[in-house]
Design a protein around this ligand. Sequence first.
Ligand code: EPU
Length: 301
Amino acid sequence: MRMSDNLAARLKELGVELRPAVPLSEKTSLGIGGTTDQLLLRKFETIPDVMHLLADENVPRRFLGGGTNVLIADGELPYVVLHLPTSQPGMRVEGNAAYVDAAADLGGMVTFCAKRDLGGMEGLIGVPGSVGGALRMNAGAYGTQIGSYVREVELYRASAGKLETLRGDDIRFDYRHTSFAPDDVMLRVKLELPQKPFKDILAVIKVCNEKRRASQPLNQKSAGCIFKNPPGGSAGRMIDELRLKGHRVGDAMVSDRHANFFVNVANASCADMLRLIDEVRERVRVTFGVELENEVIFWKN
Ligand code: EPU
């Protein structure tokens, strides 16, 4: 989507940096996504004004975090994409509490806290993406999920048009799902973490990294697991049992390392990836009677 010159000028007055016609394939770990104008915010405080301005001008918008768990449609996109201030996301530790900006890198946050002898989040070390994305999805791995440590979240509540702070107890964190509204924008989080010596944290991190390297296609373009695991089951094992590893639609392929990772081997389109997802879902439904639900977030136009 292209904005009018007038709107662009007013956004600039609010300190927003504009990048026209950006291919979002460059902003996602899958390497898939169409083109649109990109708005880089400089300060949290300007978010309500920026959002009101876009709403007044009827410009649809979406916030993109690390781009590691999203499948974006092809072609010219009918919305603009916003980014939180990312130049130097704040991270600070005070006693057992860590205060972290949503734009911070998730792994960077785990390491930052570990160096200050705060642990608990070791399992999250290899999960790619931003802290904001991890909060929204309640990212988890190796028995850890971020929601367990959340004490407070500062967010932009689109429904109220203002910044708000929620207490951790008032947020529901389920398996890869939270009670945040789809248009809530995560800004900052306060976590409460257990004290643990750095070297002990490091030992657990090493084990998680080894497990991940042994089972996941880390050097290929993917969005992590495509499907949620069904209750008591494993999407990866079912797809593997169907011998679908290596199965392709165009350049979209079921990883030959982990069957619940779908990779972009070169220049896959969103349409290729969607067809692959549908084909695999159908095969699993017919054979196992299980309807797999997407784990990856699909940004339909
Ligand atoms: N399996 C196979 N073949 C495969 C893949 C897995 O037989 O191709 C089997 C494994 O041998 C194992 C079982 O399936 O017995 C489970 O596999 P794994 O331990 O790899 O875990 P997963 O359930 O597939 C989940 C998360 C991952 C997370 C890992 C480690 C989901 C959908 N996936 O994968 O998270 O990294 O556990 O904790 O919950 C993600 O969310 O994007 C993600 C990758």
